[in-house]
Write a protein that binds this ligand. Structure first.
Ligand SMILES: Nc1ncnc2c1ncn2[C@@H]1O[C@H](COP(=O)(O)OP(=O)(O)O)[C@@H](O)[C@H]1O
Ligand SMILES: [Mg+2]
Length: 463
């Protein structure tokens, strides 16, 4: 009997141990679950706080930029645009992701284009949520703007973007000018479309599309008719993008009634403001040197602002190169730096390779540049010609004056570079005109390529 009691006790004991164990296990699981819950709550709280902070920062930056705009209308260095805030919000709340959109948002300015991308993105997302098909939607578009406003760059991103959101199955990118297409004719054009189809689809980018119907491109009309049919036939596989300057493209669209309905999306690329040119400059330098190149007064400092304003002075003129003009100016900056580094190293100094001086950035002071200019010396050596020397001197003075005004960030005084050289044959007009050209080149007012134009400086001989 006693034995039975003992056994029962033992069973009881073992059961209790097992129960404790199970309870312990349960507790452990609950604990883990609670810990996981806590982490999740914390994470989502963090996301909300981050999002709020971002929105607040963006609001404050906008407010600051508005205030800054009040004080200084030219430079308002806010990096936070509406589209950026919107995209960040979409990423945080809807879990949206898109590498090409990220890249586009990183580009300077182009607010209208970014908004267009965002609206295409929401159109696609809505269609997907509604469970309807994208196949019948039209995504072919026109990109209107001056050279260097980023049309080609954005069109490439558009191809990646459309592939990512599932509008087209491949992101093949073919680029051709209107004149080029007119040249290769319908058969050549068909070959290009086939190449895109063979790669699973993509974007056909037609630069200067108006050339298809302008003047001396006889094959263009037939190519355009072929393309208009293909835009419809290849829907869902090939998206066509027409690019070009506003004016020409508007008349191109007006003269071809089939175009607007087939290219319902229009993206306008505005010329960059001085502020945007400055930020493009900063971005280009940082990208090239991974952010370690420094410069006198910083990449948003006085000398870089002067560069941006110089570039911006071409705005409104034909062939204004926008971001490309910034890139060309930067090549000149790097060349001046390399020349200076060579001179300094030759003199036994150890200059930093990762610093741009004031002179690298904006070029030498005009009076300084003249002392290095052979033309200037030649002019001084010529006998007589007092009036000519006086005229050149006056020009140099106004350039020097403007240089000082640039450093003081004041508006420049306009002057004309054209000079009329009057005098009898043999009084040295051609010689002086050539020297004048050399001086203009030295002062950075004419590039060497343009040097030819000094020959055509208005020239009359007195009777
Ligand atoms: N908003 C921008 N931000 C940064 N770089 C830009 C921007 N727009 C243009 N660029 C740069 O300028 C250069 C010219 O751009 P591109 O797309 O070829 O212009 P377009 O086709 O309008 O002539 C490219 O190197 C591009 O990266
Ligand atoms: Mg281009």
């Amino acid at each position: 009997m006693k034995k039975l009691q003992e056994l029962d006790d033992e069973i009881d004991h073992e059961r209790r141990i097992m129960k404790y164990k199970a309870e312990e296990e349960d507790q452990k699981k609950t604990l883990e679950q609670r810990q996981a819950d806590l982490a999740a709550v914390k994470a989502s709280q963090r996301r909300i706080l981050e999002q709020e902070a971002k929105l607040k920062a963006s609001k404050e930056a906008k407010k600051a930029s508005k205030q800054a705009k009040g004080q200084n209308t030219e430079y308002s260095l806010s990096d936070v645009d509406d589209s950026r805030a919107e995209w960040e919000h979409l990423k945080a709340t809807d879990g949206c992701e898109s590498k090409p959109l990220d890249e586009l948002i990183e580009m300077i300015g182009l607010e209208e284009v970014k908004q267009e991308f965002l609206s295409i993105k929401s159109k696609v997302d809505t269609t997907t949520r509604q469970g309807t098909s994208l196949a019948s939607e039209r995504f072919s578009c026109s990109m209107l703007g001056n050279p260097g406003t980023g049309k080609t760059t954005v069109a490439r991103l558009y191809a990646q973007f459309l592939t990512e959101v599932g509008v087209i199955p491949g992101n093949c990118f073919k680029e051709k000018t209107g004149a080029g297409l007119a040249n290769i004719g319908v058969s050549g054009c068909k070959k290009l479309v086939d190449e895109i189809l063979n790669e699973g689809g993509g974007v056909f980018f037609i630069d200067e599309a108006y050339q298809l119907t302008s003047g001396n491109n006889p094959g263009g009309g037939a190519v355009l008719d072929y393309l208009l049919a293909e835009v419809e036939n290849q829907r869902g596989k090939v998206v066509f993008v027409l690019a070009g300057y506003h004016k020409q493209m508007e008349s191109f669209f007006a003269h071809n009634p089939g175009l607007p309905s087939r290219f319902p999306i229009q993206m306008n690329f505005a010329d960059y403001s001085d502020d945007e040119l400055l930020r493009i400059l900063e971005l280009k330098v940082n990208n090239k040197f991974n952010g370690i190149m420094e410069c006198d007064d910083g990449l948003r400092g006085l000398y870089c602002r002067i560069i941006a304003r110089r570039v911006g002075r071409g705005r409104g003129k034909d062939g204004f190169g926008n971001a490309r003009a910034v890139e060309n100016t930067l090549s000149a900056v790097y060349k001046r730096q390399a020349d200076r580094l060579r001179r300094e190293r030759k003199a036994g100094r150890k200059p930093s390779d990762l610093f741009l001086t004031k002179e690298d950035l904006i070029g030498p002071e005009p009076s300084e540049a003249l002392t290095r200019c052979a033309g200037w010396k030649k002019l001084q050596e010529l006998i007589g010609l007092g009036a000519v020397k006086e005229a050149v001197r006056a020009l140099v003075d106004s350039i020097q004056q403007n240089y000082s005004r640039e450093l003081a960030e004041k508006p420049l005084i306009e002057y004309s570079l054209n000079k009329v050289f009057l005098g009898n044959p043999g009084t040295g007009k051609t010689t002086v005109a050539k020297i004048y050209g050399e001086i203009l080149v030295a002062l950075g007012l004419l590039s060497k390529g343009e040097g030819q134009c000094y020959i055509s400086i208005p020239f009359r001989s007195t009777p």
